[in-house]
Design a protein around this ligand. Structure first.
Ligand SMILES: [Zn+2]
Length: 97
């Protein structure tokens, strides 16, 4: 399938650094046509964007928004950490093709 080939339409390579120091490319693992790389990383990015309005409100000094943003980010980062640990990933690296 043409659209599953990252090279055919991607502007970015998504790489990861592993615990052993190796740098690997994170391959697409789903049939979505709206994102690159693994699905869990896309979902993390979506959650980050969903939390952005709360962050803006928190930055304006709304105490309840600050608490809600902190809780939402704790959930997002906890899930991301667990996905990364499962794959022995220590860092996500984005680079232009
Ligand atoms: Zn996907």
């Amino acid at each position: 399938m043409l659209l599953r080939r990252r090279e055919s339409w991607s502007g970015k390579l998504i790489r990861a650094k592993l615990e052993n120091g190796e740098v690997v490319t994170l391959e697409k693992d789903c049939d979505c046509v709206i994102h690159e790389g693994p699905h869990w990383l896309y979902m993390d990015d979506m959650d980050k964007k969903l939390n952005a309005p709360l962050r803006e409100r928190a930055m304006r000094g709304e105490p309840l928004a600050f608490k809600a943003f902190a809780e939402a980010e704790l959930r997002r980062l906890g899930a991301k950490r667990s996905e990364m640990e499962r794959r022995s990933i220590t860092a996500i690296l984005l680079e232009a093709n």
